[in-house]
Structure formats: structure tokens, C-alpha cells
Design a protein around this ligand. Structure first.
Ligand code: CP
Ligand code: NVA
Length: 303
């Protein structure tokens, strides 16, 4: 195993590492709020590769690294040689000669792994079709800021069993909370990830209905019904309709339950305005915490 501190997913890390990253994230956030400058990335460069669109990941990584004194380079696949077939392995070897860390958003998780296998600097997963670990670090940070430790709590996922669901499953196992999942039978969470969770003693429950999953839970989460790269949007909309998070569904959760969504939201599809803009929603804090959580991840990877 390489001794480079990559952040490719949540599950390869010990809980103590995840806790250390969250601790750093909180410290960096309070320093920023207090107007203190921490330039721990001075003289360092982060290269970011985007093979899919992004608003939050792109801006929060760029702003975060620059706040810590570093320089950033953003590269899309179509304007680089990746779009003409240069391999990620070769790209990794070249970028490692210029940069101190590489973040990538791509489709196939194997591409992330190739990059990490050939890079000599830390690689960070900014989303693949398989997982979205930076998002869930920010989400856990957000939950804990509002409600205290997530360990022992019950979190509920309603909707498509997608890449974000996978990172929530990883987090539930590593950080010790219950995760109830309600997905259509045709769009379940990744079976390999479910098997891993079971082998590792996770409390991951599959509910028959959205109502059953939400009942009494502390946090309700959903995501778009059509992720980047998904096909058959109309088929998805039809099978996912019973999983829309509206006021009536939210009312089944604990009275002090929170609502989260990684965004972008498709208002009126997976979630109604009433919930997104309602008193239980912490979506803007969640989006803000991408900045702080990723600074914590970068700080852990590079120190
Ligand atoms: N949540 C998230 O990753 O947003 P972007 O796709 O805008 O980066
Ligand atoms: N599941 C979504 C998350 C977007 C941040 C997607 O992959 O498109």
C-alpha cells in the first residue's frame, strides 16, 4: 500500500482519520470566521480535473485552497489531452511533476484508481459514478454542528440508490450511525457496498417505503433522480415518484429532524420547495461546509 495520503473514499480510512479530518475542518472554519489567516498551502499547487460538470466542488476546492495560500489549476477533459486519449496513468505521472495534489471528478471509479496508482502526490475523489466522499464529510460536519455527534443517530436516505448513497453507507459504518434506505427495487444501493457494510457490522436497513424509512429518523436526505450520466430519465421519474420528499413525508421524521441534499436540487421532483426552503432544511450550511470540509481533507492529505 502506498504511503501517500490519498482521499479516494471514506471506507479505506480508520474512524480516527475521519475524525481528524473533521477536527481540522472545524478549526479551519472557525479561523476563517474569526478573520485569522492560515496559509498552510503557501507555495503549493492543486490541479483539478473535471470530466463532469460542477458548481460547488469546483468553486469550493478552488476558493478553499487559495484561502490557505495555495495556487489552483482547473482542467476540463475536453480542453486537455485527456479528451484526445492520453491515459490517466500518464496524466498522473506528468501532473505529479507540477502539482502537490490532484482532485478529479470523473465517471468510472477505475479512472480515479489509475490516477492514484500512478500519481506521486495525493489524489482526492471529487465524485465518480460510484461515490462522493467529500460531500458526505461536509454533510456529517453539518449534522454535528446542528445536532451534536452523529454516532448512534438514525439517518434516512430516500430516492435513487446512487453514488451519494454509497458514501453515506461508508460513513454509517465508519462513524457508527444507523442508515435506513428507501429506494425503488429497480434502483437499489450498490449490492457490493451493502455486502461490505454487513461484513463490517454496519446498521444499514432497507425499508419497504419512504414513510417507513423516514419514521422517527434524525436526518432525511435525498438526491437528484437523474445523476450525471444516467439514462432513461422518464423511467426514473416514474419509479421514483413515491420517494419525493414533501412536507407530509418530513412530518414522519423526528420533530427536530434535519433535511439535507447535496445539490443541485430539482425542485418539485425529488424534493418540494416547502422542504428545501423549510425550517428543517440545512442545505445552505451543507453547501458552505464543502469549503471547510475539503480544506480539512486537503490539510490532512498534504501534511
Ligand atoms: N454537490 C456537488 O458536488 O455539487 P456540484 O456538482 O455542483 O459540484
Ligand atoms: N448523484 C449526483 C450528485 C451530484 C453532486 C450525480 O452524480 O450527478
Amino acid at each position: 500500500m502506498s504511503d501517500i495520503s490519498h482521499f479516494l473514499d471514506i471506507h479505506p480510512h480508520e474512524p480516527s482519520v475521519l475524525r481528524e479530518i473533521l477536527r481540522r475542518s472545524e478549526v479551519l472554519k472557525s479561523q476563517l470566521k474569526a478573520g485569522e489567516v492560515d496559509r498552510q498551502m503557501a507555495g503549493r499547487t492543486l490541479v483539478m480535473i473535471f470530466e463532469k460538470p460542477s458548481t460547488r466542488t469546483r468553486v469550493s476546492f478552488q476558493v478553499g485552497f487559495q484561502q490557505m495560500g495555495g495556487m489552483t489549476v482547473v482542467m476540463g477533459d475536453q480542453e486537455s489531452q485527456l479528451g484526445r486519449g492520453e491515459t490517466l496513468a500518464d496524466t498522473a505521472r506528468v501532473l505529479s511533476r507540477y502539482a502537490d495534489a490532484i482532485m478529479i471528478r470523473t465517471d468510472d471509479p477505475q479512472k480515479l484508481q489509475d490516477l492514484a496508482d500512478y500519481a506521486t502526490v495525493p489524489v482526492i475523489n471529487g465524485l465518480t459514478d460510484a461515490s462522493h466522499p467529500c460531500q458526505i464529510m461536509a454533510d456529517v460536519m453539518t449534522y454535528e454542528e446542528h445536532r451534536g455527534p452523529i454516532a448512534g443517530r438514525t439517518v434516512c436516505w430516500v430516492g435513487d440508490g446512487n453514488n451519494v448513497t454509497t458514501s453515506w453507507i461508508h460513513a454509517a459504518v465508519k462513524l457508527g450511525f444507523t442508515l435506513k434506505i428507501a429506494c425503488p427495487e429497480s434502483l437499489p444501493p450498490n449490492p457490493g457496498v451493502m455486502a461490505w457494510a454487513q461484513e463490517n457490522g454496519g446498521d444499514i436497513q432497507i425499508a419497504e417505503t419512504a414513510q417507513e424509512a423516514v419514521s422517527g429518523c434524525d436526518l432525511v436526505i435525498t438526491d437528484t433522480w437523474v445523476s450525471m450520466g444516467d439514462e432513461n430519465p422518464e423511467m426514473r421519474r416514474q419509479v421514483l415518484l413515491p420517494y419525493r420528499v414533501d412536507g407530509a413525508l418530513m412530518a414522519q421524521a423526528a420533530t427536530d429532524a434535519l433535511f439535507m441534499h447535496c445539490l443541485p436540487a430539482h425542485r418539485g421532483d425529488e424534493v418540494t420547495d416547502e422542504v428545501l426552503d423549510g425550517p428543517q432544511s440545512v442545505i445552505w450550511d451543507e453547501a458552505e461546509n464543502r469549503l471547510h470540509a475539503q480544506k480539512g481533507i486537503l490539510s490532512w492529505c498534504l501534511n
